[in-house]
Design a protein around this ligand. Structure first.
Ligand code: PLP
Length: 399
């Protein structure tokens, strides 16, 4: 039996089957390549689902973690530590939310939970009511915990777990009328992804997002932007909202924040930070421990020193052009959507995306799908033109 097969069989025997995994076991990675347990090499264009922004073993990243391992991994949140002081400053500064405050979590879903709690508490302190509502978007994805699932606009994910958290209404994404129809005097927050990921790679329309911001300002409704997938440079700006000329009241991030270690965050702007969560309201044992925050600090330094976001901006036209060529060439590809290194190819129903990703795997390319029969591109942000050429040559064959 092959090494891959042995691992697969053991996993299926003992690990809960909630994923239809690709039939390989990943052994190690280097740069933008990974190797499976049988020694086959793959070009990675999914980056652990938008996590490995710096690829594998980016110079300086491992050493920062090793140095922290030798000091202390965990302190609990009852003590101060240097990585927290540094990471909070770096994250908040990067968001342009002057006077804002960060809370670190173990995952994206947990960042959403914190954002929901902060928004509800902010509204509660204003009017003392506890029947506030959150407006979320159809076809959104915010995570699998009950609060995050409650604002995830996807019946397939929600239905088996109802009743979920109450006080959530759904609007059509990029449709102002639909949003306005849902707003009431109980609305405390609007939550959306700046670029919908799981739902099929749909960027917010600039005019729409600006107007949502204006409406929220007018009624003191908090705007929560979920940039767990689209943030950290992926769209060619550190945060996708920078391109739109708007700021959120609450930002959620995770995935590439730690480039491989489990860490997320929610960042509250000054107004929200000053009038929401206080000691006793929120906490976590592990969230933001010294080990994961050493990674976050390394990520921010490396991004700065090597202008990772500038690289995304520079290479985006080439990436988009190559993808557009695939659209032109293949009848099975209807269109391209996306921003920067977060792109989707909409496939015809007659060309199931699962077959394309599976064939790509056979030919040495890791790539994933998104909802609605979309081929999703979330590669490491350090890919080169040669990597793009190689990936799209493989895809050309698959299509
Ligand atoms: C936009 C968005 N929000 C939230 C989440 C949930 O993050 P996590 O899986 O770390 O809980 C995801 C995960 O894919 C996501 O893409």
């Amino acid at each position: 039996m092959s090494a891959n097969q042995e691992i697969i069989e053991k996993t299926e025997r003992y690990a809960l089957h909630v994923y239809n995994r690709f039939p390989i076991a990943i052994d190690h990675g280097q740069g933008v390549q990974v190797w499976d347990a049988d020694g086959k090499v793959y070009l990675d264009f999914m980056a652990g689902i938008a996590v490995y922004a710096l690829g594998y073993h980016y110079p300086g990243y491992d050493q920062a973690l090793i140095d922290q391992v030798k000091k202390v991994l965990h302190t609990s949140n009852l003590y101060y530590h240097q990585p927290l002081a540094d990471a909070a400053k770096q994250v908040v500064t990067s968001t342009h939310l002057t006077g804002g405050k960060a809370f670190f979590t173990n995952s994206g879903a947990e960042a959403i939970e914190g954002a929901i709690k902060a928004a509800r508490k902010y509204a509660y302190l204003k009017d003392g009511r506890n029947d506030h509502e959150i407006i979320a978007m159809k076809d959104s994805f915010h995570g699998r915990s009950v609060g995050a699932l409650s604002v995830t606009g996807n019946a397939h994910y929600q239905d088996p777990f109802k009743p979920l958290m109450g006080g959530v209404k759904f609007a059509d994404f990029n449709d102002l009328k639909s949003l306005k129809d849902q707003i009431s005097d109980r609305t405390c927050a609007v939550i959306m992804e700046t670029v919908q990921g799981e739902g099929g790679i749909y960027p917010a329309d600039p005019a729409y997002l600006k107007e949502v911001r204006r409406i929220c300002d007018e009624r003191d409704i908090l705007l929560i932007l979920d940039e767990i997938q689209c943030g950290m440079g992926r769209t060619g700006s550190m945060w996708a909202y920078e391109d739109y000329g708007v700021l959120p009241d609450i930002l959620t991030c995770a995935k590439a924040l730690g480039c491989g270690v489990p860490v997320g965050a929610f960042v509250l702007n000054e107004k929200t930070a000053n009038q929401s969560l206080v000691p006793g309201d929120h906490g976590t044992t592990y969230g933001g421990n010294p080990f994961v925050l050493a990674a976050v600090n390394a990520v921010f330094s490396l991004y700065r020193d090597h202008d990772i976001v500038g690289h995304v901006r520079d290479l985006t036209p080439c990436f988009e052009k190559s993808l557009d060529e695939l659209v032109q060439k293949h009848d099975s590809v209807l269109c391209r959507r996306g921003k920067g290194f977060m792109q989707g190819l909409q496939l015809k129903e007659t060309c199931p995306v699962g077959e394309v990703t599976r064939k790509a795997l056979d030919l040495g390319l890791l790539i994933i799908s998104a909802g609605g029969n979309v081929l999703r591109f979330v590669p490491p942000l350090i890919i080169t033109k040669e990597d793009i050429d190689q990936a799209l040559t493989i895809l050309d064959k698959c299509l």
